[in-house]
Design a protein around this ligand. Structure first.
Ligand code: AVJ
Length: 319
């Protein structure tokens, strides 16, 4: 019985220092922006779990159905005794849908939210005693590497939830190409990708009636306060999410309700009434469009699964 999580504190320093630097760079830019990766402090990770349960947020539910239905086919493609690496493992919930069918020998969860990562991988190790569980606290958008000692094994990189949508297409392609470099021969990528669809369905998913997505967006301001001491009232901002059809993406912004100044030690940043802080892009693809991107990144799109309404897709990309 093997229930300890092997923890790799890989890129701790980078993960910690980059928040302040990124905030200053983002507030100095025109238009002002902050990377969506900073949503995921502990509170943000919990709010995201709650978003996934909102009736309007079809992504999670749909992907889970696809994974359950396809789990045997996925397992057949991957083969047993692989290393299963989950990028942005969060609550490590989706992976449970695949473990029994896939029977990997090792699991590595990588996440930017340290406490959350530890809690969820500990639960995973307790629930699957046959699985060797590893956890790496890392910002994989900055640097991608597998910890020493487990690199080299045939790997499936699992990147669920359409998190790839946070990269704009050229960056998504570059990220997949970099990922390919760290995967040994015979490996593959199992990736969830949200599909282009009716504007009303998309916009409802990012403007849930319970206001959880708004709270998730506004939590970024609370994080500015908690971690950087910025005096900022979340009530002075509105949540804004809409579909930018020309760019095939949902955009999220925080809109300043008044003239106000965000004060950091390094500088003061004035916001006009109505000025936006761009907090997220969530890019949507057609199946063919994503397969073409994967090919340009050096992969062979081997299989794709979708739901009857074509809301979401899961792709298996071979090296
Ligand atoms: C985790 C990036 C896939 O874009 O749908 C959910 C994040 N933002 N609601 C998404 C998110 C607002 C989510 N991803």
């Amino acid at each position: 019985m093997n229930q300890a999580v092997r923890f790799h504190d890989q890129h701790v320093v980078e993960a910690q220092t980059s928040f302040r630097d990124a905030v200053i760079a983002g507030l100095s830019a025109t238009p002002k922006s902050l990377s969506p990766k900073f949503f995921y402090d502990r509170r943000g990770s919990l709010l995201f779990e709650s978003i996934c349960q909102q009736p309007e947020y079809y992504l999670t539910r749909t992907e889970e159905c696809i994974l359950v239905d396809a789990s045997d086919e996925i397992a057949a493609l991957v083969g047993p005794d692989s290393l299963l690496v989950e990028l942005g493992s969060g609550a490590s919930r989706k992976i449970r849908l695949l473990l029994e069918a896939m029977r990997p020998s090792r699991y590595l969860g990588i996440d930017i939210s340290r406490d959350f990562l530890l809690e969820s991988t500990r639960r995973l190790a307790a629930d699957y005693p046959w699985l060797e569980v590893h956890a790496a606290w890392a910002d994989f958008s900055r640097r991608l590497a597998l910890p020493d000692g487990i690199a080299g094994q045939r790997t499936v990189a699992f990147f669920p939830g359409s998190s790839i949508g946070n990269f704009e297409p050229p960056a998504a392609q570059a990220f997949l190409a970099r990922l390919r470099q760290v995967l040994p021969d015979g490996s593959g990528v199992l990736i969830g990708v949200d599909l282009v669809k009716d504007r009303a369905v998309l916009e409802a998913a990012y403007n849930d009636a319970a206001g959880v997505t708004a709270a998730f967006n506004l939590n970024l301001l609370e994080r500015l306060h908690r971690e950087l001491g910025v005096e900022v009232e979340p009530e002075n901002f509105d949540h804004l999410a809409y579909y930018n059809e020309a760019e095939s993406r949902i955009e999220m912004h925080l809109v300043s309700r008044c003239r106000q100044t965000l004060r950091l030690e390094e500088g003061h940043f004035a916001l006009e009434e109505g000025e936006r802080l761009h907090t997220e892009n969530s890019c949507k693809y057609s199946i063919a469009g994503f397969q073409a991107l994967a090919k340009r990144a050096g992969y062979e799109p081997t299989a794709v699964w979708t739901d009857p309404r074509h809301l979401f897709s899961v792709h298996y990309l071979s090296i």
